[in-house]
Structures are given as C-alpha cells and as structure tokens.
Design a protein around this ligand. Structure first.
Ligand code: OOG
Length: 259
C-alpha cells in the first residue's frame, strides 16, 4: 500500500471508531505500523478532513501533553496539538453514551485579540491576549484503555472529543494564570489537583508552542479562537451518575452532571 492510502486508511479507522464509539488497538504497538511524527500529523489532517466532509466545523487548535509528566512519559520535549470542533461543545449534562470512555480535564482557555503567526515569544503572546476563561476538555482516546504511543495520539487528534467554556472572562492583567489552581471533585471528593504552572510553566508558553508549531504548516491562531492550553492536573474518568465540580481558584467554577 502506498503512503497516502495507508494514511487515509488509518484516518478512516479512527473516524469510524469515534463514530461507532468503539475502541481500537494502538496502531504503532498492536498493528505494528511504523509512523513518523510527521506521518502521524498527516493522519490527523486526513481525519480532520473526514470530519469536515461530514459537516463538523473546526473551532480552534488545542494543545495536548503539556505537562512535564506526560511529555516524559511519551518521550517528547514539546507538547502536541490537535483541533476541537464546534459540535464538540457540551452543556452542563454530559452523556457518557456519546463517547467510548470519556475523561475530563480542567484547563485555562485563552483568546487572542489579533491573529498570530509564528515565530512568536511569550511577551508577544501576553500582549495579544484578549480574554482568559476557565474550561474543561473531554478527552476520549479512540484506543483501548487510553494505551497509545506518541504517533497514535497525534493521529487520533490528541484524544479531543469535547469542551465547555466558562461564561465569565478575565483580562490577563487581572489573573495570575501561573498560580491559578483547579480541583476536580467527583461526588464531593477531590480527585484531581492542578495549577497553571503545570502547563509548560505557564499557559502562555503553551500558546507560544502552539503558534510556533502551526507556523511550520503555514497556519496562524486566529483572533477569538478559544485555545484550550492543556490540562492543569490529572484527567478524571466520567461515569454515569457522577456529579462533577471543577473548582477554579479565581476563574469561574464549573459543574456537570454525568448521565
Ligand atoms: C492525550 C492528550 C490529552 C492534554 O491536555 O494533555 C490532552 C491524552 O492524554 O489522551 O489534551
């Protein structure tokens, strides 16, 4: 099989897994397909193209593996990126049946005042932040038990599945996003603790990485796109019947019922 057909075939496999809510085995480990990181991003592009063809609209790029722990585990020295889709938006009730094995992550979400194309510095980005929101990302790896190699998770659009954004917005000057903390409570019990500095030292650094990586493919981050900058702490598995509170220190706290 030539490279293009292989890339398309893997993208189809991931697309179908998401549509049919069925986990597949790791492409790299179990299916023994050797992909480079570049090829994995080509699979991601093909997957996004398939979703577009079926009516989904890309809302914004997003980051993944921004914590030191996840990067070490995956053997990378920079985070990865994927995309969220407008139809991935969730309300305050999350239906587990819409996913394979969903988890929730607390994140700081940032919008820019003007489009930005890399190379950029943290200073450039900080000057151009129009608002800071709290948010959550629903991640739902299409791989069994969330077991994947780096190329698998890049191909799988960084496990992206859904998101929720706070209504309340802050100016960057009014919030210390590095020291901002978030806890995830499940039925009143704290399951996850996180802080802005866990995201590459600052969510601003995560944005810098995103903008600079996207520039390599000629893409900019657009004004107003809500950028999920990466998990502040551990992801938490969602089970039907759970009541989830995501308590941010200063940003808006969020509540969900899982059905
Ligand atoms: C992939 C990446 C999840 C993050 O913030 O690290 C992510 C995964 O762990 O399934 O978005």
């Amino acid at each position: 099989m030539n490279e293009d057909s292989l890339i398309h075939e893997i993208a189809m496999e991931l697309y179908d897994a998401q549509k049919e809510k069925r986990a597949i085995s790791s492409i790299v480990d179990t299916q023994a397909i050797d992909l480079s990181l570049d090829q994995a991003y080509h699979v991601q592009e093909a997957l996004i193209q398939l979703k577009r063809m079926h009516g989904s609209r890309v809302l914004a790029p997003k980051l993944g593996l921004t914590s030191e722990a996840k990067m070490t585990q995956m053997g990378v020295n920079q985070p990865i990126y994927g995309y969220i889709f407008a139809d991935g938006s969730v309300g305050d009730t999350i239906l587990v049946d819409n996913y394979i094995h969903p988890k929730i992550e607390a994140e700081i979400v940032v919008t820019l005042a003007k489009d930005m194309m890399g190379p950029v510095t943290a200073e450039d980005v900080a000057k151009n932040v129009s608002a800071v929101f709290s948010g959550v990302e629903i991640i739902d790896s299409r791989y069994e038990d969330f077991k994947f190699q780096l190329q698998d998770v890049v191909a799988d659009n960084t496990s992206a599945s859904g998101y929720y954004l706070s209504e309340q917005a802050f100016a960057l000057e009014d919030i210390d996003i590095e020291s901002e903390t978030a806890q995830i409570l499940v039925n009143g019990e704290v399951i996850s603790n996180g802080q802005g500095s866990n995201v590459l030292g600052s969510p601003i650094n995560a944005l810098v990485s995103l903008i600079n990586q996207l520039a390599k493919r000629g893409e900019s981050v657009k004004a107003g796109q809500p950028i999920l900058t990466g998990a502040l702490g551990q992801a938490v598995t969602l089970n039907s019947g759970d009541s989830i509170q995501v308590k941010f220190q200063n940003l808006e706290s969020l509540h969900f019922t899982v059905k």
